[in-house]
Structures are given as C-alpha cells and as structure tokens.
Design a protein around this ligand. Structure first.
Ligand code: FE2
Ligand code: FE2
Length: 278
C-alpha cells in the first residue's frame, strides 16, 4: 500500500485527458491530486470517474485553475466554485481540505495526511516592492497571471483576503491534530519562496504562495510537503523535510511516451534521498 502524488493534470488539454485512460490500476494504493486537475465541474467528474477506479483512495486539493470561473459554462464563482468542486469530490468519496485529515497506516508508517487549500497573497516578492505595486511590478516584465481575470475571490474582498482566511482555518485544524505522528502537508502552491525557481519568469512568483507558510513544515511536524503549480518537477529538502513538486503540466511539459504513470511521485514509503539535499 503506497502513497503517490501528481498535480497539474490540466485535463482541458486533450492529450492529457486521453492519457488518463492509459493509466494502469493501482488497486492497493492512494493517490494525491495536488491541484490544477481541470477548470470545469464536468472535467472533474470525468477525472474522478476514471481515477477512483484505479486507486483505492484519492485526495484532492484545488489549484488556481480548478477555482476559475467565467470560462466555459462555469456558473459558480469564488467560494461557491470551490464548494462545487468539493461536492463532486464527495460524490466519489474523494477526500478534500474540508474533511477530517485521514491517518495513513500503509507503507512508510503512520502519518496524518493534510490536504490544504491556502492560495497566495502576492507576498513572494522583493522587500522593496509593496503589495500595491506587486502586480504592476510583474506586468512591467510582461507577466500577468490569468487568475487576475478568472479567479474570482467572492465573497472575500480579494484573493489575499481569501488566502488569509484559508491559512487561519488550516492553522487551526493542523494545530488540533494529535501530537507525535508525522504529517504530510498537501497544497497546490509551494509553502516556501525559496522553492519557487522560475528562471524565465521570476516575477510570476507573486502568484505562487504566501510567506505565512514558510515554517509550517517545522511548526506542524511534516515529514513531506507535496505541491505543484510550478510545472517544474523537483525533490528538495529543507531542515530534513522532503518537499516534492509533483506536476505533470501542459503537454509540452511532459513526455507522452512515459505516460502519466511515469510521473506519479512516490510519497510513502520514502524513496532514497536523491537531490538538492540541504
Ligand atoms: Fe498548473
Ligand atoms: Fe496552478
């Protein structure tokens, strides 16, 4: 019984959605879906219909694309869109950030698995750039995340206000977990700015997380932190904690000859340490 993770399936791309059908079954194992699975409720239904047949348990967290509205025929906006996607997960028995954190008892030993929805607050920016300047600072470099048009924070007054509310909620719940059992933290966005290495588009960092979570791997006893969003797969270590970026990405970001199977990241049991040990 193993725990795998993948993110950024982006099933609105036909190549990616076709590749799901070629994925073999892992009937004993669990799979984490770490966000950006798709945009529409219909696509999420499609994905879960197929993936729940292949794994014994799924866990899901939203990415920015899963929260979009104003594209396709999506009716719900903001919090309502999130709740709509959660309700589809629940139809399929998929665990979300709104459910009790399950206790993993498979290979790799006991761990609490904590799916989180934390969003971003534009704080991954240089110290001389104010919050008010952040988006124009990115725009100067020709970068504006599509979320500025499609990620509606309603009823929150802004995406950063929604992020703060989600961090408050998640901190509370994580602090209530029983002590002495390590946790796997699962979020679409990396928890630390130093893991955001965007060589070609460095100013995209403002849409990639929040400084609030910089030390959550220590504060909440994580043995592994799983994230996606960057479309730059990596394994890093900070303070002895493993950070896994598990993106598949757009068709240009992965080799279709390997299939999606080739991109499933084993979270538990822990593989042998490989790269970027710090
Ligand atoms: Fe993505
Ligand atoms: Fe994303």
């Amino acid at each position: 019984m193993k725990l795998y993770a993948i993110s950024d399936l982006h099933l609105d791309h036909q190549i990616n959605s076709n590749a799901i059908d070629a994925l073999p079954a892992f009937p004993e194992d669990w799979l984490i879906l770490a966000g950006d699975i798709c945009c529409t409720p219909k696509q999420l239904h499609f994905a879960l219909m197929r993936l729940t047949q292949r794994f014994s348990q799924l866990l899901w967290v939203p990415g920015n694309h899963d929260l979009w509205s104003g594209v396709s025929d999506i009716k719900e906006r903001g919090e309502a869109k999130y709740q709509k996607m959660v309700s589809i997960c629940h139809e399929f028995g998929v665990l979300t950030p709104e459910d009790p954190y399950p206790l993993w008892e498979g290979e790799g030993g006991s761990h609490y698995l904590a799916p989180l929805f934390l969003l971003y607050d534009y704080s991954f920016r240089p110290s001389d750039i104010s919050l008010e300047q952040a988006i124009s600072w990115a725009r100067e470099a020709g970068i504006v995340c599509t979320d500025e048009y499609y990620l509606d924070p309603t009823p929150h007054i802004s995406r950063q206000a929604w992020c703060q509310a989600r961090c408050d909620y998640s901190e509370q719940r994580l602090s209530e977990l029983p002590k002495g059992i390590p946790r796997i933290l699962i979020n679409h966005y990396p928890l630390r700015e130093d893991l955001v290495r965007l060589v070609r588009i460095p100013r995209f960092s403002i849409w990639c997380g929040t400084q609030r979570t910089k030390n959550w791997h220590l504060r909440f006893d994580a043995s592994v932190v799983v994230s996606g969003h960057l479309h730059i797969r990596a394994t890093d270590y900070r303070d002895g904690v493993r950070f896994e970026e598990v993106s598949l990405g757009y068709p240009r970001n992965w080799n279709q000859a390997r299939g999606i199977e080739g991109y499933l990241r084993q979270i538990l049991p822990a593989p042998t340490k490989t790269s970027n040990e710090k």
